[in-house]
Write a protein of this length. Structure first.
Length: 434
């Protein structure tokens, strides 16, 4: 019997805070409990209210502890992709041992050497991902340990984020009484879980539709190549329904998932349901096709924005297609709508574990999977665990890095040139109020 290890993942989103407790033994993950709480204090994946976020984390932790009768002290924390940058890095060391066999120590030293780069003072290093190891002149090595050589190199990717964003997130977790075991980029963890080996290698877009925003990540050759965030998510659909149906946000959220359909052509015109009018005792009746038009307009805008981001990344083809996940991905018809707009293969992913068979849990499950794999590869003295999250060197020289914030002006300009979707939405709402 292999040793059982318990892990807890913390996924702080704009709509919900989720805590997932998993047990790994013999290479298999068993979900043993989860806790969820409404997210207060987070907007578009950024902390806007420290105390409200702390209380949301505490409630989610308490719910998970109550379910499992376990005490949660440390968590694997997911960092959102907004303001994330990917930067190439290289490390080189001489093999230490007398017989020139590469050991764990050599692996850790070369990973450490790849971190010795200047990072601007407003950036924070969160993950270091090896692309390949090189032993003397032999390239494309996945694990160099046990090989014989004189010189060990690593080509890696540094993942950095805004120091303000990461420090506020970390402060919330610590004020909730938790220790951070590891920090992992959310789409990196979720994508590694949701995508097949072929999809990871061929070139695939992993799209996580959250509450306040949507994360787009592109994987190719087994590696994360690009990531970006678009400021539209499931909460915007809920707000649209609330306005048009003249009902409360909670009622709109319930209707969205219970009766909603994303693809107008396949929605039912005969399936009717009652909607309670906000501030009144009366109810109105609507069909699924009616709300499918509302939902479809907003999701069409979302997928158009995703295409814009893929274009900015220089992505012209996605042989692996698109994989949708996140809370909105469980909406009926969303894959058909996405396929119609992006014109490539689309599938929806949900974790296959009892209790969390829902796309909204992809990130939380992915965090546990990712950290367990990293721990198995590097051992307890993981190179990623040696990252100093509070003291990155900076030599004052300019570095080139691919921050999403650079593109804000360009994004707005592009949207102004493409009014068709917004115009349709505006016309639709105008008709609703006539």
């Amino acid at each position: 019997m292999g040793q059982q290890k318990i892990y807890a993942a913390l996924d702080i989103g704009s709509s919900a805070v989720k805590v997932l407790i998993g047990e790994i033994g013999n290479g298999q993950l068993h979900v043993i409990g989860e806790g969820k709480a409404h997210s207060n204090g987070v907007k578009k994946s950024a902390i806007v209210d420290i105390e409200a976020t702390v209380q949301s984390i505490k409630r989610a932790v308490e719910n998970a502890e109550r379910m499992t009768d376990l005490k949660i002290d440390e968590v694997i924390l997911g960092i959102p992709a907004n303001q994330v940058a990917l930067q190439a890095a290289k490390g080189v060391v001489a093999v230490n041992s007398e017989n020139k066999e590469i050991s764990d120590d050599d692996l850790h030293r070369v990973m450490d050497s790849a971190q010795v780069m200047s990072i601007p003072p407003d950036r924070e290093l969160i993950n270091l991902i090896p692309r390949q190891f090189i032993v003397d002149s032999l390239t494309e090595i996945k694990d160099p340990r046990g090989m014989i050589g004189v010189r060990l190199e690593v080509d890696a990717t540094l993942i950095t984020t805004s120091r303000t964003l990461s420090h506020n997130l970390i402060r919330c977790v610590e004020r909730a009484g938790l220790t951070i075991r590891e920090i992992v980029l959310q789409p990196l963890a979720g994508g590694r879980l949701a995508l097949t080996d072929d999809e990871l290698n061929q070139g695939t877009a992993y799209i996580d539709i959250g509450g306040g925003s949507t994360t787009v990540a592109v994987f190719e050759d087994g590696l994360l190549k690009h990531t970006a965030v678009v400021p539209v998510g499931g909460d915007h659909v809920t707000k649209d329904l609330s306005i048009v149906l003249k009902t409360t946000t909670d009622e709109a959220e319930r209707i969205k998932y219970q009766y909603g359909h994303a693809y107008f052509e396949e929605a039912s015109d005969t399936e009717l349901f009652d909607v309670t009018i906000a501030g009144a005792d009366s109810k109105d009746q609507y069909s699924q096709k009616y709300i499918a038009e509302i939902i479809g307009f907003r999701l069409e805008e979302l997928f158009e924005m995703v295409l814009d981001e893929l274009g900015r990344m220089g992505i012209q083809d996605l042989p692996g297609g698109i994989v949708l996940t996140g809370g909105m991905a469980k909406l009926e018809g969303i894959a058909q709508l996405a396929h119609q707009i992006v014109q490539t293969r689309v599938r929806v992913y949900a974790p296959d574990y009892i209790g969390v068979r829902d796309p909204s849990y992809t990130t939380a499950v992915g965090l546990i999977h990712y950290f367990a794999e990293e721990e198995a590869f590097y051992g307890d003295s993981s190179a990623t665990e040696q990252i100093d999250y509070g003291n990155n060197p900076y030599d004052g020289e300019e570095d080139t890095w691919d921050s999403n914030s650079e593109y804000e002006d360009e994004v707005e300009a592009t949207r102004e040139k493409k009014p068709d979707v917004k115009a349709k939405v505006k016309n639709f709402f105008t008709r609703m109020f006539e």
